[in-house]
Design a protein around this ligand. Structure first.
Ligand code: PFF
Length: 451
């Protein structure tokens, strides 16, 4: 079997992993969750979730990936050869990541469309720039037949280009360029937003907690958001960690990646809430796509330099989405290479070709095919719901069960100490959380979803 490639540098492996974690989850899902869960209290609980659940589970996935040094299904047999059947947990994660990829690619096509329309100025060409106008524009765009599919296919092609170049020359090099640009853009937008008139009111909503608004639902939502945002339980972190060299420090990497991911979400809050307060849009619908495709264009239209700001923002969004789609696809590419013995080129083409059918189906299900439903949901919404609400938490429970109960603790220790070369003071705590606390909390997410 071909040997597993490795990231060339420490910066590169961090950039690639952060690139995977930072995505639409940070840029639009997080502010929308803050808004609908009462502001700063949600932020606080979210931060606790990142430390309590995110970092330990991420560390466990890194240990499994680097120690198992295989794809997300193959790692189990390498760590515990006598335990049959665990590969199924990997197959669940790979399936979830692939289904997510099929609709995430469509949304990344929307972000690219808005980038193009910001650059050309088309987005702001209509005489009316109110909420209704942007709502209608978005509605008619995403429910369209051809154009969203064309944009999705362009994003698939860009994915193929990077994936074909491989781990070092493709994923790592791209992340090394795109991640600094993304952070720079975020900082610029923070500066712009903080200089707005009503920045203090916006910051107060985002940063001053009102604990009376916390309900069990808030906690469940914060846990779910941490999961989604950190790319946990999808085979992504296991796959990327199989590319980590022996000297990479796993706990430190998990802390760095999680904190950078948190920072991006935090910056998005700093950007969004002052803007929303200043332009008097606090009652508008901040949920999901409406925030970025309706509320923000409305804000840009009211600012000087509309096209510039809008182009930079949609560039940020496109980059964030793109590096995430690459990581979602890489899970299946690694699987095909290792399990089916394919060359990288064959694996990339085998993984991306079905997307040319699946993603257009998702796209059409938003528009002309919205009448075809499963359990009352369009195909797009159905895939979103079963993956994020059910497959991810189940995958998370399985990862914790495996690393907490099945894999020997000595394996965990070997990975966290780089085979005894480092001290790992956090080992006991991380193992305890993965064994006892995380499975209970994730089960709570799952039950929360069912209710
Ligand atoms: N972590 C990325 C994001 O927050 O957008 C990528 C991602 C992870 C997307 C998990 C979807 C998902 F369910």
């Amino acid at each position: 079997m071909a040997s597993t490639p490795k990231f060339a540098s420490k910066i590169g492996l961090i950039a690639a992993t952060v690139g995977s974690a930072v995505g639409l989850g940070n840029v639009w899902r997080f502010p929308a969750e803050v808004q609908s869960n009462g502001g700063a209290a949600f932020l606080l609980i979210y931060i606790i979730c990142i430390f309590l659940l995110g970092i330990p589970v991420m560390t466990a996935e890194f240990a499994l990936g680097r120690g198992g040094e295989s794809d997300a299904a193959g790692v189990y047999a390498r760590v515990t050869p006598g335990r049959k059947g665990w590969w199924l947990a990997g197959v669940l994660a790979i399936t979830a990541s692939y289904l997510i990829l099929s609709f995430y690619m469509v949304v990344s096509g929307w972000t690219f469309e808005y980038l193009v329309q910001s650059i050309t100025g088309d987005l702001y060409s209509s005489p009316s720039i109110g909420e209704e106008a942007f709502k209608e524009r978005m509605g008619s765009y995403i429910t369209g037949t051809y154009r969203p599919i064309v944009m999705t296919v362009i994003m698939i092609a860009a994915n193929i280009y990077v994936l074909l170049r491989g781990v070092q020359a493709g994923i790592e090099k791209m992340s090394n360029v795109m991640m600094p640009v993304l952070f720079l853009l975020l900082l610029i937008f923070c500066g712009v937003s903080l200089s707005l008139d009503k920045a203090p009111e916006g910051l107060e909503f985002f940063l001053k907690p009102d604990f009376s608004v916390i309900t069990p639902g808030t906690v469940v939502n914060a846990l779910g958001q941490a999961f989604f945002s950190l790319s946990l339980a999808m085979g992504i972190l296991v796959t990327y960690a199989s590319y980590y060299p022996a000297e990479a420090r796993l706990t430190r990497t998990a802390v760095t990646v999680s904190l950078l991911d948190l920072m991006v979400a935090f910056f998005m809050g700093i950007i969004i809430f002052p803007a929303v307060m200043t332009f008097g849009l606090q009652d508008s619908n901040l949920a999901g796509s409406a925030l970025v495709f309706i509320t923000l264009p409305e804000i840009f239209a009211q600012m000087g330099g509309t096209r510039l700001w809008s182009s930079l923002f949609f560039l940020l969004l496109t980059l964030a989405a793109f590096t995430s789609t690459i990581s979602l696809a890489e899970v299946s590419v690694a699987f095909m290479q290792k399990r089916a013995g394919m060359s990288r080129t064959a694996a990339v083409l085998t993984v991306t070709a079905p997307l040319l059918l699946l993603s257009p189906i998702c796209s059409l299900s938003v528009g002309p095919w919205s009448g075809y439903t499963i359990a009352g949901l369009t195909i797009f919404d159905f895939l979103d719901t079963i993956t994020t609400n059910f497959m991810l938490p189940i995958g998370g429970i399985l990862i914790c069960a495996y690393m907490g109960w099945i894999a020997p603790k000595s394996f965990f220790q070997k990975e966290l100490t780089n085979d005894g070369k480092l001290r790992s003071r956090a080992l006991g705590l991380i193992h305890f959380i993965v064994k006892w606390i995380a499975p209970v909390l994730i089960t709570a997410i799952l039950i929360g979803q069912l209710i």
